[in-house]
Ligand binder design. Structure first.
Ligand SMILES: C[S@@+](CC[C@H](N)C(=O)[O-])C[C@H]1O[C@@H](n2cnc3c(N)ncnc32)[C@H](O)[C@@H]1O
Length: 286
């Protein structure tokens, strides 16, 4: 069949389709001013494009490959894209805190509750630079995903990992200058996890709470409380998933704060936040 004939058939088909559309749609299209149609189409294609960018930025390898772009300027220009706002925003705030720890000369290890495939620990190992050689980076995770369903989260989400995968991701990233990292496999409320953590460190300077759920955050806070007794130097508490699903993480922190402050004298100072993170420094009375 010739091209012209094909085009003719296509025009006929379009006419038939148009004739069979409900009158309301014709009316709507006629009512719309060309610039409104343009706006609607741009919005539609803009959303499609942003969704595709979000999907890319949800991949750990992609995030790490973009690290050279992690600047305030890049963040400002892309803050309307959720995953960029999250990953770049949290990295820059982590950077600020790691620099403060280095400048003040605070000793101590880094503990992460919720390690999944290792991205958080990689960020910290990277941000401490040379200083990372003095520290241990400890990641605790069931490596079986979330323990329960709650507030939109489903039990088992994030089970698409393993301790071996997280280990190999971290080793691969720090191939040239290895860092001292340890992974603990287990549930935060398991006595064996507490035993292992106690065996690994008696000096923690920064805790990354990245376990999504209120119950998990409460269990993590319980594990950390003994490290705050008789403390003089500050400790940094970095919460991910802040306000992400019906306020589970903020509620867990505020509940813990109320009870911990009855026995330990400290103040919690909010340092920074993004849409889904909030970072604090806890200052103790000396
Ligand atoms: C969002 S992922 C962590 C993401 C990671 N920190 C990153 O930066 O890419 C949350 C992790 O928390 C773990 N998790 C949640 N609750 C837990 C609990 N009570 N005990 C052990 N692991 C838990 C899950 O297995 C999951 O791997």
């Amino acid at each position: 069949m010739k091209i012209k004939e094909l085009l003719l058939m296509d025009t006929e088909a379009k006419k038939n389709r148009a004739a069979s559309r409900p009158a309301g749609i014709h009316a709507l299209v006629l009512k719309l001013h060309p610039h409104k149609i343009y706006d609607k189409l741009s919005k539609f294609y803009g959303n499609q494009r942003n969704n595709a960018i979000n999907r890319l930025w949800a991949k750990q390898e992609y995030v790490l490959s973009q690290k050279k772009n992690f600047t305030e300027d890049f963040l400002q220009k892309n803050s309307h894209i959720g995953e960029i706002e999250h990953q770049v925003g949290r990295y820059l705030h982590m950077q600020h805190i790691c620099n403060e720890i280095i400048l003040k000369g605070y000793s101590g290890d880094i503990v992460e509750f919720g390690t999944w495939r290792g991205l958080g620990l990689i960020f910290f190992g990277d941000l401490f630079g040379k200083d990372s050689q003095k520290r241990k980076f400890i990641g605790i995770d069931s490596f079986e995903g979330l323990p329960i369903s709650s507030g939109g989260w489903k039990q088992g989400t994030f089970n698409n990992t393993s301790m071996e995968l997280a280990r190999s991701n971290i080793e691969k990233y720090f191939q040239k200058t290895p860092i001292h990292f340890e992974l603990i496999k287990g549930w935060f409320n398991d006595a064996k996890v507490k035993e292992q953590l106690t065996g690994l460190t008696n000096d923690i300077i920064l805790v990354h709470f990245d376990a999504d759920l209120g119950v998990s955050t409460s269990d993590a806070l319980k594990l950390i409380t003994p490290y705050l007794l008789k403390r003089h130097k500050p400790i940094y508490f970095l919460f991910d998933d802040w306000g992400c699903h019906p306020d589970e993480v903020p509620d867990a922190f505020y509940r813990w704060l109320e009870s911990a402050q009855t026995t330990i004298k400290f103040k919690a100072k909010k340092l920074s936040s993004t849409r889904f993170t909030r970072y604090y420094r806890l200052d103790f009375e000396s």
